[in-house]
Unconditional design. Structure first.
Lengths: 185, 252
């Protein structure tokens, strides 16, 4: 839906000041959720246009989680679109994934300790390989620094779910991290 | 506390989300459990490494521009009166320049600002229905359309034979002044050629720059400033500029 020319420029000015400082954060979240630069750009643009249209009724929460909640809905729509495009379908997450017990390391040897500090590209790749919804929770916490309450609001789940997803995400990332170290030896 | 419980709660400990009582319980479990202690240490290493590596992304400048362009502009679009004011002011400036008393020299940051305004104007023009005010592939229709709308009538040159199709003209607004835009197309690429008056009659050779992913070819001659803006590749935009310049120098 196009923005009407009659929209108040004063509103646009306030919106710019409030929302544009989070553009990199929004783009980062979209990149991790969609794992594709062009789709991420489209999603962020759509998010900002939607946010502007609803800016009149914005009363909180903080701007960043508010934008993220909108962005997440835009990304969900993109998932739905991809699901109907067989060639680019995202991987299915088994229903049971969330209920499965937490990862238990098979062998706990002192050698298995994390040693390496990866560069940004490696970290991005390891995080991007996490399955949804663990990736989303992980990125909101570790990269976006949202509180558990804010993550729960953005992802529309109880705080308890945020905690279990985060625990699982970190356990999976730790395994992937160790496997990467093993490969590089 | 069991390992099962600690496995979840130690994350809340890392993230500072536990109250003092629970934090104490998790810490005493960890003190007696090497396995949970190792996990906690690794998670802390991971968090620190991620924070230090900077795993975020920077939004492309073109995305910022697209969003900016889609929002209502702080400055209202030029209406008839604004265009007339631009006309009056332009005449005053050129009158002063003609006396030789004033040499208007743009500082570098002004040049940069205007270049980026030109790119914004280009982006705005790509929004639906904004590209042309007068639609015609005929230079003899487009050129007179500008008459009386601007203090200077931009040269409108048909370059269809050279591979650049004239599609129309538009009034735009750059640096708080009305400015003419002649619009060309090459394949699916739009070229906006912005033309404004300058107080200097000196010829300035073309320079190509890239701003926010768009190429801009800027040159001046015969008291006019030209900015050709497009997402065309640099060499094709240079080709456009050269064709335009040589057509301008051609007799008749």
């Amino acid at each position: 839906m196009p923005i009407k020319a009659s929209d108040d420029p004063e509103k646009a000015r306030r919106f710019r000041e409030a929302a544009l400082p989070y553009l990199n954060d929004a783009y980062t979240l979209a990149r991790y959720l969609l794992r594709n630069a062009a789709d991420a750009e489209d999603a962020v643009q759509e998010c900002y246009l939607r946010a502007f249209r609803h800016f009149d009724s914005y009363r909180g929460p903080a701007m960043k989680p508010w934008l993220f909640a909108i962005l997440r809905n835009v990304c969900r729509a993109e998932y739905a679109r991809r699901a109907t495009t067989p060639t680019s379908a995202i991987e299915d997450v088994p229903e049971s994934a969330e209920q499965a017990p937490l990862w238990h390391e098979a062998e706990e040897t002192p050698e298995a300790e994390l040693q390496r500090r990866w560069d940004a590209d490696t970290i991005r790749r390891l995080v991007a390989a996490l399955a949804e919804p663990f990736r989303e929770t992980f990125v909101l916490r570790e990269i976006q620094n949202l509180s558990y309450r804010e993550i729960a609001d953005v992802a529309e789940v109880p705080v308890g779910t945020v905690m279990s997803r985060l625990a699982r995400a970190r356990a999976m990332l730790r395994s992937a991290w160790l496997a990467e170290e093993e490969q590089q030896k | 506390m069991t390992c099962e419980e600690a496995e979840v709660l130690l994350h809340a400990l890392i993230d500072g989300e536990l109250d003092a009582g629970h934090a104490h319980e998790v810490e005493s479990h960890i003190a007696g459990c090497p396995r949970c202690a190792a996990a906690l240490r690794d998670y802390r290493v991971m968090s620190k490494a991620i924070a230090e590596a900077g795993a975020g992304y920077t939004a492309p400048a073109a995305l910022r521009q697209r969003i900016e362009a889609a929002l209502p502009q702080p400055r209202p679009a030029p209406n008839r009166r604004a265009v007339l004011r631009g006309f009056a002011m332009g005449s005053a400036v050129s009158a002063l320049a003609a006396t030789g008393l004033v040499a208007v020299v743009l500082r570098q940051d002004d040049v940069d600002r205007i270049q980026s305004e030109v790119v914004s104007a280009h982006l705005r023009s790509l929004q639906a229905g904004h590209l042309t005010d007068v639609v015609s592939t005929d230079q003899h229709t487009v050129k007179p359309w500008f008459n009386g709308k601007l203090d200077v009538s931009p040269p409108v040159i048909d370059l269809t034979a050279q591979g650049f199709t004239l599609i129309g003209g538009r009034l735009d607004y750059v640096d708080a002044r009305a400015i003419g835009a002649v619009v060309y197309r090459r394949r699916q690429h739009v070229i906006n050629l912005f033309v404004s008056q300058t107080s200097s009659t000196e010829r300035r050779a073309a320079k190509i720059e890239t701003i926010q992913g768009f190429n801009i070819r800027h040159w001046s001659e015969r008291g006019l400033n030209f900015w050709a803006v497009s997402d065309l590749a640099k060499d094709e935009l240079a080709d456009f500029g050269e064709k335009f310049e040589s057509a301008m120098h051609a007799p008749g």
